[in-house]
Ligand binder design. Structure first.
Ligand code: HEM
Length: 506
């Protein structure tokens, strides 16, 4: 009895000591920014400043937007936050943001992601760091010029007839339309065709394996979010545990696809104006340009195809979904856009061509205003790779520190956009744009590491908008949950409960 009591006592003492030590560790860690004279918001054990999103209650982009708003209301020009125990620098002042993304880019080349180097399919442009990133970016940049986009436009345009067929079918069923689902199938077809050279049939076949694959990569469970954040916070420990953020079945699905496409093209001497072809050329020939000059390996081709697919279909379908929603809510703007589309197309034989789309100025304003109000990528990040002094502050950002930039926060800041929740494309006339700081609009990030696929994303989104607005009139169906909130468990912005529209053929 005496022995048992003393054992229990020892155990309690150990638990209390461990508990006290852990609490002291957190308390000390959570003073990191205060010790460096950088203002901080009160973090909470154990998730720091992102508790709500880690508990699955809030989209992480909204958590960062609230942090931005709190710091701004306290007139901070910058601040510090904690992601778990990991300190992250949080700039608010747009000049600081410009310095980090562009002017002093050489200090902030990398992203703060943990990558499992054993998984070759994770070695894609979004994840790569340092020289490997520079080499890959430089080899891939010529793939995204406006000339190449013009060439690929033909492939994009082939998806239009499937889009009409599917929309017509849904309109005839007299049920409200889940617009995001149609558009995600549309962009899956386009990007599947351009990045993999495949006819994905996502618009025709509801169980298309590509659509299923697309859904799998964007839905995250609380456990996956936890694993990713853990890996980002403790990269060395994650490496030791060989944590993988990808799923094995996804890697196999892609690898099989890429191998069979390359095999078919090489055996049959078949060539096509798409990303896959441009990458096959980079694999088979010594690429020219300012890089290591090495051809791409098969794994490198496959991993770039994955990131083009993943970064390309969901972001653009999100952009179009919110554009349709805002146009459905604002019938005057919808009518004005339709008038522009009809009058410009009249000049181009009524054909939705690359040049016709470039000629649509109001369409551009509508798209920009949608990207402002609902930026699909709500935040971006960098890792500081050598100690960096913030100009005009007595603060040094240490090598290895991450930087978080809240795109959603900036885009909803009333200092730059008065009445920020209002959808108003007039904010993006040339004159109004010239009155704002260039870095007040960051839907594609900025600087040498901005979105490489911006032109492609804009082109496919504009094509989808023109095709449907020309032919259908949209209103919001009451099944849509308003006001719109964002799904917590999604990687990019997505409306909670989906967006349901009524469409009427014109
Ligand atoms: C509306 C559509 C899109 C939006 C809003 C979007 C947004 C973004 C943003 C915010 C970033 C981070 C930029 C930064 O940190 O400065 C990014 C990076 C990237 N995007 Fe996009 N994107 C879109 C479409 C696309 C498309 C169509 C592709 C490919 C075909 C693509 C491929 C990439 C890649 C590879 C990166 C990483 C670039 C690097 O680290 O060098 N994106 N995108």
């Amino acid at each position: 009895m005496f022995v048992a009591n003393s054992l229990l006592g020892d155990l309690i003492a150990v638990f209390i000591t461990v508990g006290v030590l852990i609490t002291l560790y957190f308390k000390w860690t959570y003073q990191y920014w205060a010790r460096r004279n950088v203002p901080q918001l009160e973090p909470r054990i154990p998730f720091g400043n992102i508790t709500e999103s880690m508990r699955g209650r809030e989209f992480v982009g909204v958590t960062f937007k609230k942090i931005y708003q709190k710091m701004k209301s306290q007139k901070y020009r910058h601040g510090g936050i904690y992601i778990f125990t990991q300190p992250s620098y949080f700039p608010i002042d747009l000049d600081y943001i410009r310095n980090i993304l562009t002017k002093d880019f050489q200090y902030f080349v990398d992203r703060p992601f943990y990558v499992n180097e054993k998984d070759p399919l994770q070695a894609h442009l979004l994840n790569l760091s340092g020289t490997r990133w520079r080499n890959m970016r430089s080899k891939l940049t010529p793939t995204f010029t406006s000339g190449k986009m013009k060439m690929m436009f033909q492939i994009m345009a082939e998806s239009q007839s499937d889009l009409f067929r599917r929309t017509d079918k849904e309109v005839k069923s007299l049920e409200p339309i889940n617009i995001k689902e149609i558009l995600a199938c549309f962009t899956t077809n386009i990007i599947g065709s351009c990045a993999f050279g495949l006819d994905c049939k996502a618009l025709e076949d509801e169980n298309s394996p590509f659509r299923e694959f697309g859904k799998r990569i964007f839905k995250t469970t609380v456990f996956q979010r936890f694993k990713r954040t853990f890996a980002a916070t403790f990269p060395d420990f994650a490496r030791f545990l060989r944590l993988s953020s990808g799923r094995k079945e996804n890697a196999k699905f892609i690898m099989d696809m890429v191998e069979s496409t390359i095999d078919y093209r090489e055996k049959n001497n078949y060539s096509r104006n798409d990303f896959m072809q441009l990458m096959i050329d980079l694999k088979n020939n010594k690429p020219k340009g300012d890089h290591d000059g090495k051809p791409l390996t098969l794994d490198e081709v496959a991993s770039q195809a994955i990131v083009f697919f993943a970064a390309g279909f969901e972001t653009s379908s999100t952009l179009m979904t919110f554009a349709f929603y805002e146009l459905a809510k604002n019938p005057d703007i919808q009518t004005k856009l339709r008038e522009e589309i009809n009058s410009v197309l009249a000049k181009y034989n009524n054909e939705i061509s690359y040049d016709a789309i470039q000629d649509m100025k109001y369409l551009n304003q509508v798209v920009d205003e949608t990207l402002r109000l609902h930026p699909p990528a709500a935040q971006t990040s960098r890792r500081c790779i050598k100690d960096y002094k913030i100009p005009d502050q007595d603060v040094v950002i240490k090598k290895g520190t991450s930087v978080t930039i809240s795109i959603l926060g900036i885009h909803h800041d009333p200092e730059y956009y008065p009445d920020p929740e209002k959808f108003d494309p007039e904010r993006f006339t040339e004159e109004n744009k010239s009155l704002r700081h260039n870095y007040a609009f960051l839907p594609f990030g900025e600087g040498p590491r901005n979105c490489i696929g911006m032109r492609f994303g804009l082109l496919q989104s504009k094509m989808g908008l023109v095709a449907l607005i020309k032919n259908y009139k949209f209103t919001v169906n009451k099944k849509t949950k308003e006001p719109i909130t964002y799904q917590p468990a999604h990687v990019v912005l997505a409306a909670q409960g989906e967006i349901w529209l009524n469409a009427q053929k014109i």
